[in-house]
Write a protein that binds this ligand. Structure first.
Ligand code: SAM
Ligand code: SF4
Length: 323
């Protein structure tokens, strides 16, 4: 699928739930979210049908997200259904997770056909993790990462949101996880969306990571398998390191010109841009009607966001969109 600006849309971020077992301060309100009635959220079969329609139109990569995708019952079954889309053109099936349930689920997810994992982790201090996630246990994430490696997941990526006054004194320590682990530690600028919109004072530019880790040198695209066509990160490493450090700077470096993404929320609405208010309901559409709606919608994908001028237009917080 191509949009009106000539961009090829081949990456779907599919949110499988808006629920989460954590309450990260920049993502969720302290009270969590109202549990929607069962019927408001797409069934696994509906999600698989929406994903299949996107693949038929040229989507090659699907990322499962949420809320927390691992709290969705039957998640491994959904992975299996999506894995069956490979002959139709699906090349990559991955997931973004907070990692807290990976100790139990890493092996079944790999067996079901998941290719890769991104694990969100903003601090290595147990107390800080507990307060940032409002109750989370750091050790569960560390156990989850170990289980993912033991199960055979390769090319694991960590997502770390840069938070001034919270983890800014740990940036070097977090980045240097890539010295011993063959992971990519990706630092993401805080975006003014959901509760994050009221935390502007905590914004740190991604360049702070380079100030805290002066040994890092830019990895040229050709040498870096992470720097795929969908990548929004710039990658760095240092001599002798097992992994890389990625910087994702949606605020200081707009990458809308190369955007290849669409998003579908757990209640079956298509979002053409993370930061736009427009949503196209897809539930109840099937076959040709679904394909035509998707194609027509993609042609209306906006040129880009205006986060440098105003907060996100999205009416939904991040846990409903999936990042
Ligand atoms: N629960 C899963 C997780 O935490 O990885 C998946 C969903 S979460 C919404 C996806 C990503 O969005 C996480 O890496 C999280 O840190 C990031 N995120 C949430 N709110 C954000 C904000 N305001 N700015 C930047 N990143 C944000
Ligand atoms: Fe949950 Fe992920 Fe949002 Fe944290 S960032 S509250 S883990 S959905």
């Amino acid at each position: 699928m191509n949009d009106a600006y000539g961009r090829t849309i081949n990456y779907l971020r599919l949110s499988v739930t808006d629920l989460c077992n954590l309450r990260c301060v920049y993502c969720m309100p302290p009270e969590g979210v109202c549990k929607r009635s069962h019927g408001e959220i797409c069934s696994l079969e509906e999600l698989a049908e929406l994903a299949a329609a996107c693949v038929a139109l040229g989507v090659k990569k699907i990322r499962l997200t949420g809320g927390e995708p691992l709290v969705r019952k039957g998640i491994c079954n959904l992975v299996e259904q999506l894995n069956a889309l490979r002959p139709a053109g699906l090349e990559e099936l991955c997931m973004t997770t907070n990692g807290s349930l990976l100790a139990e689920l890493a092996a079944p997810l790999l067996a079901a056909g998941l290719d890769r994992l991104n694990v969100s982790l903003d601090t290595l201090r147990p107390e800080r993790y507990r307060s940032l996630t409002r109750g989370g246990e750091l050790q569960r994430v560390l156990d989850g990462l170990a289980a993912a490696e033991a199960a055979g997941f390769r090319d694991i990526r960590l997502n770390t949101v840069l938070l001034g006054g919270v983890n800014e004194d740990e940036l070097g320590e977090l980045a240097r996880l890539a010295r011993i682990h063959p992971w990519s530690i990706r630092f993401i600028e805080l975006m003014p969306i959901g509760p994050g919109a009221a935390m502007g004072g905590a914004f740190l530019p991604a360049s702070r990571v380079l100030e805290a880790t002066t040994e890092l040198k830019r990895v040229q695209n050709a040498r870096c398998k992470m720097q795929d066509e969908n990548s929004v990160a710039k990658y760095y490493t240092a001599p002798g390191w097992a992994g890389t450090v990625g910087l994702i700077a949606p605020m200081s470096r707009r990458f809308c010109e190369g955007c290849s993404r669409i998003r579908i929320t757990a209640d079956g609405r298509l979002k053409l841009c993370l930061h736009s208010a427009e949503e196209i309901p897809l539930r109840g559409l099937h076959g040709a009607a679904l394909r035509q709606t998707l194609e027509a919608a993609v042609r209306r994908k906006p040129a880009g966001h205006k986060l440098s001028e105003a907060p996100s237009d999205s009416r939904r917080p991040m846990n409903e969109i999936g990042g």
